[in-house]
Every structure is written in C-alpha cells, then in structure tokens.
Design a protein around this ligand. Structure first.
Ligand SMILES: Cc1cc2nc3c(=O)[nH]c(=O)nc-3n(C[C@H](O)[C@H](O)[C@H](O)COP(=O)(O)O)c2cc1C
Ligand SMILES: O=C(O)C(=O)c1ccccc1
Length: 386
C-alpha cells in the first residue's frame, strides 16, 4: 500500500480542487469554515461544550504543553501506520468516534460517515443516539469495520435489544459511554433552546426498537411527543455502578471498551472487571466543566493499566501531531469527534473522507519527519512536556 503521505503529492501535482472537495487541509481552519457555513443551531450544538468551556480549552492546552522532539538519520523511507486494536488490524491508529444526531449537520448523517469510513477501512463507532438505525448504517457501511456505542438506558430490555441488534448487524466491538448518564449543562444550547432530540433527531434506534415501543403501548403514533418524553425518561441510567458490568458481558460476547475513563482507580477497576479496553476521554469537554484536560490524565492511566489492557484516547485531537503526542503517551489509537462532524456538514461523505485523509497524511508525515516508521516505536522519549 502506498503511504498516506502520497496524498500530499497528489495535492501538489494536481491542485487542491482535483483531489479535495475544496476544503481547508488544516482541521482548525475547517472548523472555522464550518462556523460560517453550518446553521447556527447545528454548529452551536457540535461546537458547544459544558459550562464556561474550561474543559474543552484544557483539552487543547494539554496538547500545547507537550512538544515533539524529532530525531534524524533513521531511514524513514518505508512506514507502516497499521495497528492492532482488540484483535483487528486498523490501517492507522485512528477511529471515527461516536457522534450522535449527525443529520443536524447533513441530511445523510451517519450513512455518509459509514460510507467514508468504509472507503478508508477506518472503524466507525456508531452512536446509540444516531439519526439512522443500527441496521441502516450497517448497510451503508458494507464490508467496512464498525463498532457500536451504547448509552446504557434505564430499561435493561432496551439495552439488551440494542446489543442484539448491533451484533446481528455486524458491529464487532462495544463501546459503553460512562460519562453521560445525563447531558451536561450546556449554556449555548440552553440559550438557543436547541436540542436535536426535541426535534426528533437522534432517536432512530429507540423508535425502531421493539423493547422501546413496548414502553409506549406498541407504536410511536402521529403525535411524537409521548414517545419523545419516554425517550427522555429512559435515555440515561444514573443508577448503574461497577456492580452492573456483568450485564454487558451477558449480552455481548465481543470486546467491550469503557469510554470516559479519567481516573487511574476507575481504569484499574475496569480492567479488574475483565473489560477489554478503556477510552481516556472527557467527551470533548461537553460534560463536566472545569475538568482536567483529557491528555493530562493519559500518562497516569497508561502507567496504571497500559500493560494489562488497550488504552484509547479522545478529546481534542485536531492534527497529525496531536495523534503522535497521544500515541507517544501510550494510547494505542485515537478517536476523533468534532472534526469529522464538520467535514460531514461541509461536504457530506467526501468531507468525512477529506478529514480522515488529511489527518492520516499529516500523521504519516509528522512521524516520518520525527524519525518514526511505526506507531509502536512512539514512546515518551519523543516528547518534551510539563
Ligand atoms: C455533537 C456531538 C455528539 C456526540 N455524541 C456522542 C454520543 O452519542 N456518544 C458518545 O459516546 N460520545 C458522543 N460525543 C463525544 C465524542 O464521542 C468524543 O468523545 C468527543 O467529541 C471527542 O472530542 P473532540 O470533539 O474534541 O474530538 C459527541 C460529541 C459531539 C461533538
Ligand atoms: O451531545 C453529546 O455530547 C452526546 O453525547 C449526545 C447525547 C445524546 C444524544 C446525542 C448526543
């Protein structure tokens, strides 16, 4: 396979317009363009974070405090970015993280994301709160790798049903998000009174689920407000504890990853409970305001459980250099959130492909120029930090 960096030559030789949907190749500039082009409500929902935005800022500041120290004369002609994650081989240490309600930014929503992910063989993690169903997204993604993200609902029958549907539709790994038993305090959305669910977006999996429908007398009906209220009542389950993890194993026989881990004790507890991986994440700063930057906790978590489990990372990844930093600090792979939502909003499936190709090309080049040819060779030695 040719290296991801060949993409750069394509751009130089053919021009931006021939190989890209005319979008910026820097994901920070892409974000600024999305602010201009997307509807204020949709953009605000995606860009938004909890409270004063301190956690979202801390995520970026944490990346800024770590710097790469490039090494020379190490023959970087041939690079291999592939990594093993939970028994599967990924073309690069990058996944599309679970982002719900994507039809607020583009009518094709998660279907377009699945097509883009499949084209590049990058795993897509489908949100429970997607705008298309588990089955529809699986069909759009074809042979592409897919994982399913569970929002643990109050009704165990719905949880079991989701897991059964995901398994049947070919999702291979389960991501269980722990940091969102309820939505955080998000002033921007409150001020705009903009919540996708109140508009009936993000409930496709629930409204198509026999266990959910049973709770509202069998069908959604013309007036969707009863169904939406029921959705709001069962969406999150603030009562679950570590003692309940057995439920997941009973209903899912593949790998299970816990998302939203930030404390070393929680990471140890997850591993002691037989979990296959953790995602160090603070939900992109959307849940707890005033929280620690996610990258700041990564080294501790890796020191605590890195030998015993797979540690993944998200929250704040905006460039290939950011991926290098997270990997050097011990993450096996990273998930991206907002950047691909912006790509989707700006150019649909092509926009998501664009974001992935730019990120992977930049990662490839940053590694090469730093003297590294394989993700496994990235160690803290390549960084200077706080
Ligand atoms: C609009 C939006 C919707 C999200 N929906 C979900 C979701 O349904 N499930 C989930 O586990 N995380 C969800 N997340 C969090 C992401 O999976 C991820 O943790 C976060 O976006 C990573 O930070 P980044 O956006 O800085 O890359 C969402 C994030 C955004 C921006
Ligand atoms: O907005 C989010 O961060 C999120 O996780 C979510 C929760 C419920 C539905 C859609 C997205």
């Amino acid at each position: 396979m040719s290296s991801f960096a060949d993409f750069q030559n394509e751009i130089y030789l053919n021009g931006l317009g021939d190989v890209l949907p005319g979008l910026p190749t820097d994901l920070t500039r892409l974000e600024r363009l999305a602010r201009k082009r997307l509807s204020p409500g949709a953009h605000g929902y995606v860009a938004g974070s909890a409270g004063t935005g301190a956690t979202a800022r801390a995520n970026r500041e944490a990346f800024d405090r770590w710097r790469i120290v490039p090494r020379m004369l190490r023959d970087v002609t041939v690079r291999d970015l592939s990594v093993e994650v939970l028994g599967a081989s990924l073309p690069a240490p990058v996944l599309l993280g679970p982002v719900g309600v994507l039809s607020i930014v583009h009518p094709d929503g998660e279907l377009a994301v699945a097509r883009a992910a499949s084209a590049l063989n990058v795993p897509m993690v489908l949100s429970s709160a997607a705008s298309y169903t588990i089955e529809e997204v699986a069909e759009a993604g074809g042979e592409g790798p897919r994982w399913f993200q569970l929002y643990w609902p109050k009704d165990p029958e719905i949880a079991a049903s989701f897991l059964g549907r995901a398994k049947a539709a070919g999702y291979t790994a389960l991501v269980v998000t722990l940091d969102t038993p309820m939505l955080g305090w998000r002033p921007h959305d409150l001020d705009q009174a903009y919540l996708p669910f109140l508009r009936g977006i993000g409930v496709a999996n629930y409204f198509s689920d026999p266990a959910f429908l049973k709770g509202i007398g069998g069908s959604v009906g013309a007036d969707r407000s009863t169904a939406l209220l029921h959705w709001a009542a069962i969406f999150g389950n603030p009562a679950v504890t570590w003692d309940d993890l057995g439920f997941l194993r009973e209903h899912w026989d593949g790998p299970i990853v816990l998302k939203g881990i930030q404390h070393t004790d929680d990471a140890r507890r997850a591993v002691d409970a037989g979990i296959d991986g953790v995602i160090v994440s603070n939900h992109g700063g959307r849940q707890v305001d005033g929280a620690v930057g996610a990258l700041d906790m990564l080294p501790e978590v890796v020191a605590a459980v890195g030998e015993r489990t797979t540690v993944l990372f998200d929250s704040g990844i905006r460039s290939g250099a950011d991926v290098v930093k997270a990997l050097a600090l011990g993450a096996r792979a990273v998930l991206v959130g907002r950047p691909y939502a912006y790509g989707l909003g700006l150019a649909g499936e092509a926009g998501v492909r664009h974001v992935l190709r730019c990120l992977m090309a930049e990662l490839d080049l940053t590694m090469a120029l730093s003297g590294i040819t394989r993700p496994a060779d990235l160690t803290p030695e390549f960084l200077r930090g706080p």
